[in-house]
Design a protein around this ligand. Sequence first.
Ligand SMILES: O=C(O)[C@H](O)COP(=O)(O)O
Ligand SMILES: [Mg+2]
Length: 501
Amino acid sequence: MGGLKYIKVTRCPSGMSLETRTRIKNKRYESGVLPYRDMGYWEQEYKIKHTDILALFRMTPQPGVDPIEAAAAIAGESSTATWTVVWTDLLTAADLYRAKAYRVARVPSSNEVYFAYIAYDIDLFEEGSLANLTASIIGNVFGFKAVRALRLEDMRFPIAYLKTFQGPATGLIVERERMDKFGRPFLGATIKPKLGLSGKNYGRVVFEGLKGGLDFLKDDENINSQPFMRYRERFLFSMEGVNHASCLTGEVKGHYLNVTGATMEDLYERSDLCYQLGSVILMIDLVIGYTAIQSITQWSRKHDMLLHLHRAGNSAYARQKDHGINFRVICKWMRMAGVDHLHAGTVVGKLEGDPYMVKGFYATLLTTKAAANIKNGLFFPQDWASLRRCVPVGSGGIHCGQMHKLITYLGDDVVLQFGGGTIGHPDGIQAGATANRVALESMILARNAGHPYLSEGNSILTDAARWCGSLRTALDVWHGVSFNYTSTDTGDVVESETPVR
Ligand SMILES: O=C(O)[C@H](O)COP(=O)(O)O
Ligand SMILES: [Mg+2]
């Protein structure tokens, strides 16, 4: 990617003169319809306050709609405005509460898509509530007729606001201490088939995977309490597998028990059983919604349990470039909500994941202070205000033959999860788990000894396989498997600055 330049967004050169501003101020409270920009939702000279919440939208105005008016409309509809001037504005601190679009820039290589930067006063939002934040930021505004498509690309949260969220209760460092795993990625596997196993057979998969060398086994995102295996059976047999494998290996092990259910009462009942059975970790799916997630993060903190979040559902709105919510924003919200694990991409596996974008997601979950980095999609710097680090999870179509690439792209602070890549091993589940553990430890050993492990990855694995039949078989079966497709969600590359006008 060397030599390519990334967008440096500039302030729009047009804006309100003092004279226009005074005229608007006088006109502002006349009854009737005014363009949003004239209602005060566009303020080119706006001085960002360190307590402001900032949002960056990628917007496609309808043909003929002025991009600045569209940006002002987004600011208006996501804060205080409606389509006409209302006299009750006079009864509020409207100047303060109006969100301000302060910058609009054309997206590189497009004549119709723009970035709109908007600042929101902190008092527009209830403390510690994602439901309240999101009802504004991704609310009605996404259905606004004047805008053909809209995507929330990034947000910056001030320390004052972040301090009203709990963040991960356990976080990376304490998870390593509790699990007693250091200096390497955690290793896990998703049980397959996703649906249909009995409790007893399910528990056997948990046992074999953990006994073979994994740290975690995991429920899949769509297993809850179906007729073929109610949740109690799954939890009981899974925990039997965990305890048995821990005794035999002398290692701390876990299985993410998915407590997702139809109601909060179900979630609490299932979480209570996890706790009573002595599980170190439980799991929820993103589809349960922000309020339910925040409730379970509080429950997990109270019960000293790790909380794993599967991002099931995110690609329905996060993947397409022009409309929806960028996954980096979901990463921010979930770190604030306080989950300890979040699926964040593998680069090489079967699911969407441009390397630069995935790097940005991992940085969002793991840094204490992130600098802006357009290449990785981080439009704003973000100080995380001591919120603990959320462990990214790399899962979806990965196998041990990719170990050198996984470590290169994802680093050490990650859970690497191989579902098919454990349970599909021709010699069985234990053999699949052992192959992954040996591949991982050989690669870390080679890296720590100073070998260029990315370029020598295949030979490092082949050497290790001389002493490990399980790894040899796994490499023979999967070495040719790769998922090389063009990414949908990529960064914005430009040759030069592109101000609006
Ligand atoms: O939930 C997941 O991450 C996937 O189901 C993982 O399964 P795979 O490793 O077999 O792709
Ligand atoms: Mg899955």
